[in-house]
Ligand binder design. Structure first.
Ligand code: PHE
Length: 339
């Protein structure tokens, strides 16, 4: 027994110092000191010894046990410390390393343009109105004083879903919807998508965006229209921006005008940008036709109003100096990142 104990003492000492992880050490603890461990087995046999032997062997056994326990605890704290140091080393965070750049997107130029225009009009007391993109023939044409067979339909020849349902060709449809549902004073803009059967080129697309505006109240005149549109232009293109009105025809306004603004490139002198005109066409406008008011139940002897409609794409193209409308729809990141 004495030799056995000495063997255990020697062997465990070797094994403890040779072991390299807390986990391995735990296995050694079980091997020697566990319920079925080697040392425990010897201690259990003490009862078979004579009283004298027990005195000597007992002392030795207890010494070996407490020694083993102490060495185990010592080795355990050594291993824990080194494992902690190791994990600190391997999980080290280098706060001096350069950060990884987050790629944050931004608004599409058309959305940005729309937001800017909304902002300008809200500042003038307008609210925003909305309407469906699939419209009835009535709201898109009939109520806007464009009867069937009227040549004005040709200009906007469009996508029919059924005989009486079209993809709207203009946001002027929202004029009618608002006037049918609300009594004057009315002061709204309605931005949205519109569709026309145009072939795709640098300045045309079968799908584009418009912002329509409508003001109806007592005593509204063309002076209000001019003032409103001039404010818009100045906000968009700067205080020195000049606009001009040219007579035009729209079935739903009378009189009607097309509004141009002074070329931002040559300041009216004439250049490639404005095709030597000095001015660039920006929007259609006019005084709401009495027939249109009456059809919506508004007395044209008491109320008058003006309306206007502008293309968002072309406004954005001028604003951001984009030469080809197609770039706005291709979603090429290299192009969009320019803004
Ligand atoms: N809806 C017309 C167009 O699409 C523009 C317009 C709107 C003209 C309102 C006059 C008044 O061309």
């Amino acid at each position: 027994m004495e030799t056995q104990l000495n063997q255990i003492r020697e062997q465990s000492e070797k094994e403890f110092s040779g072991c390299s992880s807390v986990k391995e050490l735990e296995a050694l603890r079980v091997k020697y000191l566990g319920k079925k461990g080697e040392l425990t087995a010897i201690l259990k046999q003490m009862g078979t010894l004579s009283a004298e032997e027990r005195l000597v062997i007992g002392q030795l056994a207890n010494a070996v046990r407490s020694e083993t326990e102490n060495r185990l605890a010592e080795r355990l704290s050594e291993l824990k410390t080194s494992e902690m140091l190791e994990s600190l080393e391997s999980e080290k965070l280098d706060i001096t390393a350069p950060g990884r750049k987050k790629h944050i997107g931004h608004l599409h130029p058309i959305t940005a343009m729309e937001d800017e225009i909304k902002e300008i009009f809200m500042g003038m007391g307008f609210s925003i109105a909305d309407g469906p993109e699939a419209e009835t023939d009535y709201y898109n044409f009939e109520a806007l004083n464009i009867p069937e067979n009227h040549p004005a339909r040709d200009e906007q020849d469009t996508f029919y879903i059924t005989d009486k349902t079209v993809l709207r060709t203009q946001t002027s449809t929202v004029q009618i919807r608002v006037m049918e549902n609300k009594k004057p004073p009315i002061k709204i803009i309605s931005p949205g998508r519109v569709y026309r059967s145009d072939a795709v080129d640098a300045t045309h697309s079968p799908l584009f965006h418009q912002v329509e505006g409508l003001v109806v109240d007592k005593g509204i005149t063309m002076a209000h229209m001019k003032g409103t549109l001039e404010t818009l232009m100045k906000r968009l293109y700067g205080e020195d921006c000049k606009i001009r009105f040219r007579p035009h025809h729209f079935p739903f306004t009378e009189p009607s005008a097309e509004v141009d603004f002074m070329c931002f490139n040559c300041k009216g002198a004439g250049c490639r940008m404005c095709k030597n005109e000095g001015y660039i066409e920006l929007l259609g406008a006019g005084m709401v036709h009495p027939k249109v008011l009456e059809r919506c139940g508004i007395d044209s002897n008491i109320y008058s109003g003006f309306a206007f409609g502008m293309g968002l794409e072309r406004t954005a193209m001028r604003r951001y100096n984009i030469q080809d409308m197609r770039l706005l729809y291709e979603n090429d990141i290299r192009f969009l990142e320019r803004f």
